[in-house]
Design a protein around this ligand. Structure first.
Ligand SMILES: Cc1cc2nc3c(=O)[nH]c(=O)nc-3n(C[C@H](O)[C@H](O)[C@H](O)COP(=O)(O)OP(=O)(O)OC[C@H]3O[C@@H](n4cnc5c(N)ncnc54)[C@H](O)[C@@H]3O)c2cc1C
Length: 153
């Protein structure tokens, strides 16, 4: 099996394929594996907090979130490297009161799907994150299970 391009996407595709017994995987890249990967990324995995709730787009996010829980320790063990990442989740600041019903509906949906999503008042946001400018803040959408990898060391 050949994988052309060994940035983050090609490397992960190749890694997951390499776990299939009996499958030989070859990566082709103009540079050494991983060395040509772009640093243009925030490294954020937005699954629970995304507005995708069904279909392929949601299934891939759901599967990725579940896989991250095993993938990071697995890669750290294999490589002996520490992968800097944020396990504290993502807080999205909401300044539009009209958007709140949409977030509440997403929260109910995620609850049924087994993923936590919290809607904080502006006061709760300020208490938890006093460095955040609260001007115009209506609420904070806190997703404890979304993740962020530091894209470049
Ligand atoms: C500002 C910014 C923020 C982003 N934030 C996020 C984020 O928070 N979360 C997220 O999921 N995504 C984010 N993205 C998107 C993310 O960066 C990309 O989807 C991802 O990094 C692309 O990885 P890749 O492996 O496909 O490509 P690349 O990392 O570009 O790797 C491509 C590989 O192909 C090789 N290659 C290219 N041409 C050839 C050739 N002709 N022959 C052989 N090899 C070749 C290169 O050497 C390289 O190794 C962001 C993007 C930007 C611009």
């Amino acid at each position: 099996m050949g994988v052309v391009g060994c940035g983050i996407v090609g490397a992960m595709v190749a890694y997951e394929l390499s776990r299939c017994p009996g499958l030989a995987v070859t990566v082709l890249d103009q540079q050494l594996p991983g060395q040509g990967a772009t640093g243009a990324a925030l490294g954020i995995l937005m699954g629970v907090i995304s507005q995708k709730t069904k279909g392929r787009n949601w299934r891939l996010r759901d599967a990725s979130l579940r896989r991250y829980q095993t993938l990071l320790p697995e890669l750290e063990t294999l490589t002996g490297l520490t992968i800097p990442h944020n396990r504290q989740g993502i807080l999205s600041l909401c300044t539009d009161a009209e958007a709140l019903p949409r977030w509440q509906s997403l929260q109910s949906r995620r609850d049924r799907q087994g993923w936590p999503l919290e809607i904080w008042s502006a006061q709760q946001v300020q208490a938890a994150c006093p460095h955040v400018d609260g001007t115009g803040l209506v609420a904070g959408i806190y997703s404890p299970c979304d993740r962020q990898i530091r894209p470049k060391p």
